[in-house]
Design a protein around this ligand. Structure first.
Ligand code: UD1
Ligand code: MG
Length: 424
């Protein structure tokens, strides 16, 4: 039978190195707080119980945890990772089994890697298994110390490492699995005698080693997975790796991304088959794009945008909270906000739906087969009827309803009178 696992997620830290008022674990990568990637991982592992340790601005972090059904444990003073684990153990009093410790600032880890570590831990019957990695640039990470038999005997934190230890390329990823009684034993002996005056969980390695426990390590095969986000630069590096993963997945599902390096697609964006994404495109959270669309170049699709099939949206266009019907074209320089557009509509170059009146956002409706002339401004709320047309440069004032089939022109836009041609 599989061993019972409980997971502790450390997410209390203050984000000192981020220099931010937002808790580090809530900084987004690809439109999503970094903590949520760890919470997804925990979910996929189907562990018996999970507890996250919160501290700095804990109400905000608790909100994210609650949405994922993960219990929070409050670390009152941020005394270090060992103290954080101690805090979480209070919520795991009756639990018998192994404890997996994950850090909330390591969003790129895959469930395969953690499963490998758990299997390794079960098979080797270790008291403590550490996930390590070989880092070409190990600065900032704890270094793995090995004895003369190559067994793991300690971890030296960057600040406390000597010059020789700083040369070591094998790093602590922060991910560890303990037999619960050995974790408790180690925590009793951890002291804050380091430069940070914190209780380091990493000291558990040396303590257990010296007490004759079996400590072992598994090397992660992909160093990118183990990146810990501690600074704004780390955040940018993690986002870059995540973006590559997102783009690859989207491309594999049948979407052409002409230049993945200049496409910034957030986590969770849905794009249909045979759609082409041209360069310099930003597609944010909560956007859905249908099949066979052409998107970009130079485009910003923001939250709540829905594009049905066969749309062409490109060349300096921003769309937000809008639905665009199938076969509709908006090919040059436009802002479409809070706008519902029907099928086969033509949005001419330079059209703007002016949704913000200074105090609220208002909606625009443009019905099927309407033809919006170049440089039209529609001041919301307004409705443009089916097959209606606006002349180039017209300004449709708010609360205007342009009837089906009507043609309006001018500033303000008024119905075009039929001028009968003079007889010769
Ligand atoms: C930690 C490890 C280091 C490892 C690196 C991997 C320790 C002492 N060091 O360093 O060996 O190479 O991660 O990324 O563990 N936290 C709390 N409460 C606290 C302090 C921290 O919950 O009192 C949380 C943080 O929110 C964070 C995690 O623990 O999610 C790790 O803390 P952090 O300060 O980022 O440790 P590192 O310096 O990265
Ligand atoms: Mg860290």
């Amino acid at each position: 039978m599989k061993k019972k696992i409980a997971c502790i997620i450390l997410a209390a830290g203050k984000s000192t190195r981020m220099k931010s008022t937002l808790p580090k674990v809530l900084h987004p990568i690809c439109g999503r707080p970094i903590l949520e990637f760890t919470l997804d991982l925990v979910k996929s592992l189907k562990v018996s119980k999970s507890v996250a340790v919160v501290g700095y601005k804990h109400q905000q972090v608790k909100g994210v945890l609650a949405a994922h059904g993960v219990e929070a444990s409050l670390q009152k003073r941020l005394l270090g990772t060992a103290d954080a684990v101690k805090t979480a153990l209070k919520k795991l009093r009756g639990f018998k089994g192994d404890i997996l410790v994950l850090y909330g600032d390591t969003p790129l880890l895959s469930s395969q890697t953690i499963r490998k570590l758990l299997d390794f831990h079960a098979k080797s019957n270790s008291h403590l298994s550490v996930l390590t990695a070989i880092a070409p640039r190990p600065a900032g990470y704890g270094r793995i110390l090995r004895d003369e038999y190559s067994g793991i005997c300690g971890i030296a934190e960057e600040k406390d490492a000597d010059d020789f230890q700083k040369e070591i390329k094998e790093i602590n990823t922060g991910i560890m699995v303990f037999k619960k009684d050995k974790l408790q034993e180690a925590l009793r002996y951890i002291k804050a005698n380091n430069r940070n005056k914190e209780y380091y969980l990493t000291d558990a390695v040396e303590i257990l080693y010296k007490r004759g426990a079996l400590v072992d390590g598994l090397r992660a095969s992909d160093i990118n997975e183990t990146l810990g986000v501690n600074s704004r630069l780390d955040l940018a590096s993690a986002a870059k790796i995540m973006r590559k993963r997102i783009n690859r997945k989207i491309a594999e599902s049948g979407v052409t991304i002409v230049d993945p390096d200049s496409c910034f697609i957030d986590y969770g964006v849905k794009i249909g088959q045979d759609t082409t994404i041209y360069p310099f495109t930003v597609i944010e959270n909560n956007v859905k794009i249908g099949n066979r669309c052409k998107i970009g170049p130079f485009i910003h699709l923001r939250e709540g945008t829905r594009l049905e099939n066969d749309c062409v949206i490109g060349n300096f266009i921003e769309v937000v909270r809008s639905r665009i019907g199938s076969g509709t074209l908006a090919k040059h320089f436009s802002y479409l906000g809070d706008t519902q557009i029907g099928k086969l509509v033509n949005i001419g170059a330079g059209c703007v739906t002016a949704n913000w009146d200074g105090s609220r956002k208002n909606k625009t409706k443009i019905k099927d087969k309407a033809f919006i002339g170049s440089d039209t401004v529609i001041v919301a709320p307004a409705v443009i009827g089916k097959q209606a047309k606006t002349g180039a440069g017209s300004v449709v004032l708010k609360n205007t309803f342009v009837g089906n089939g009507s043609v309006v022109v001018g500033v303000p836009a008024v119905a075009l009178k039929k001028v009968s041609k003079r007889k010769k």
